[in-house]
Write a protein that binds this ligand. Structure first.
Ligand SMILES: Cc1ncc(COP(=O)(O)O)c(C=O)c1O
Length: 437
């Protein structure tokens, strides 16, 4: 099977005696019948395999801090699983922190990112003794120092910088290039350090942070990023006589959504990261820093899939045939938002393959609500169950109630067992915050 992020489907995906697809011993038709569709499903075996591969791949780097990027998929059960596996968490909001608090995560395993953190969010982080806050801009620097001062605390921080590295991924998920809303420009760093040394006595600067983008297949960009960070740490040491001993290189490792996607495996990435740190520490005469990494997508995408039921279809002679499913852009906005590609298949009647080229559309009132354009499916009919692979990351976490459609449930499967980990939203919940006039 190779490495998790180099597969489109979860581990242990087979066709069973009934001719249905089963994953980790669970028949997908039966899952759809039991929990109804649309349904998010996470396979615990695949998720834990990837998490353990990350741990194994970085085993030789003693000062590693693995922070799961919660934004990819955050629910209480997912948080507990990663916590038990020894992961910390990168959060970007009060809500994500609240979920972690709720499941008993110690905040010395949590870091906080974001380009416009609110006062209430920073207060919550500081009061809970969060491990690090990645300060993103001058406004936040002053705000955080004031908050820490009022609480009589000294908050440990990193500086998020824009390293000027462009990687070949979709422009909306590139973050390291100069024209980005995230982080300090490199030419502002001296001013920031002067402010911290002279004015902001309640901030303790520990290191630098960068994140260059998501769904990255190149490896050289990680070496480039590490060079930029360590070179800057050397320059800061020479100019200010302070030794920063931490780097956070963000996340970004890509996954295979469709056949043409060829991401490197996590061992290769770890090798490049560790050898680049060693190389540039020798070159710039620095001791090896504490290394934070924040993978999100690569830890959860492949473990997840979504089950839909096929409903109506429309054949436009000579142009295309649309088949529509009972979900779409509200449970997975990625295809309509940045043309993300996915693979899927009909999970019942695997025998007798009669391929038909179709476009899988969602049920939402937007022409752009198309999940997969031009895919060959086995004679799709109303009532068939369609499985879309790779939906573990940035689907549930980006979902909405567009068109008043309820958010789907999420089920965790594990060697023949299935358990609800997020209940399907109810109509009552849809209106519970509404005020009737
Ligand atoms: C600061 C930061 N760290 C980590 C991540 C996770 O990236 P990925 O899901 O590509 O691993 C992101 C995603 O955008 C991010 O902005």
């Amino acid at each position: 099977m190779g490495f998790v992020n180099q597969n489109i489907k979860p581990f242990n995906t087979n066709i069973n005696d009934k001719g249905n697809i089963e994953i980790s011993g669970c028949d997908l038709v039966e899952l759809a019948e039991k929990y109804s569709t649309p349904l998010y499903v996470m396979d615990r075996v695949t998720l834990e395999k990837m998490a353990n591969d990350y741990k194994q791949a970085f085993l030789d780097y003693k000062n590693i801090r693995m922070m799961y990027a919660s934004k990819a998929l955050m629910t209480s059960a997912i948080a507990s699983i990663f916590y038990k596996l020894g992961f910390g968490f990168d959060v970007v909001s009060l809500g994500e922190m609240y979920i972690l608090k709720n499941v008993g995560v110690d905040f010395s395993y949590v870091t906080f990112n974001g380009n416009n953190k609110g006062k209430d969010e920073l207060e919550y982080a500081v009061i809970n003794d969060i491990a690090r806050i990645s300060v993103d801009n001058f406004y936040e620097l002053e705000l955080l120092d004031n908050i820490a001062k009022k609480m009589n605390k000294v908050q440990k921080i990193l500086l998020r910088i824009t390293p000027g590295i462009e990687c070949h991924t979709h422009e909306y998920i590139q973050t390291g290039q100069l024209d980005s809303k995230f982080g300090f420009d490199m030419h502002n760093i001296d001013e920031v350090i002067n402010l911290i040394q002279n004015n902001y006595k309640n901030l303790d600067l520990k290191g630098l942070h960068a994140h260059i983008g998501s769904q990255i297949f190149e490896t050289q960009v990680f070496e480039d990023e590490i060079e930029v960070l360590l070179k800057e740490i050397r320059r800061i040491k020479d100019k200010f006589n302070i030794e920063l001993n931490e780097i956070n290189i963000g996340g970004g490792l890509g996954v295979k959504y469709v056949e043409s996607d060829l991401p490197p495996d996590v061992y290769k990435i770890a090798d490049i990261i560790i050898s680049s740190i060693k190389k540039y520490c020798v070159l710039y005469e620095l001791s090896e820093p504490i290394l934070y990494i924040e993978p999100g997508r690569s830890l959860v995408a492949t473990a997840g899939f979504t089950l839909y039921t096929i409903g109506s279809s429309k054949n436009i002679e000579g142009i295309r045939k649309y088949i529509s499913v009972d979900g779409g852009m509200a449970d997975n906005p990625r295809p309509s938002m940045y043309c993300a590609e996915y693979f899927g298949e009909i999970v019942n009647k695997k025998d007798g393959y009669k391929p038909e080229k179709v476009t899988v559309a969602g049920k939402f009132c937007e022409s752009g609500d198309v999940l997969i354009k031009d895919i060959e499916l086995n004679s799709p009919k109303a009532g068939d169950i369609f499985c879309m692979y790779g939906t573990g990351a940035y689907c549930y976490s980006m979902s909405s109630n567009y068109n008043g459609v309820l958010k789907p449930a999420m089920v965790l499967i594990n060697n023949g067992k299935s358990d609800i980990i997020v209940k399907r939203q109810t109509l009552q919940q849809l209106v519970e915050n509404d005020v009737v006039l």
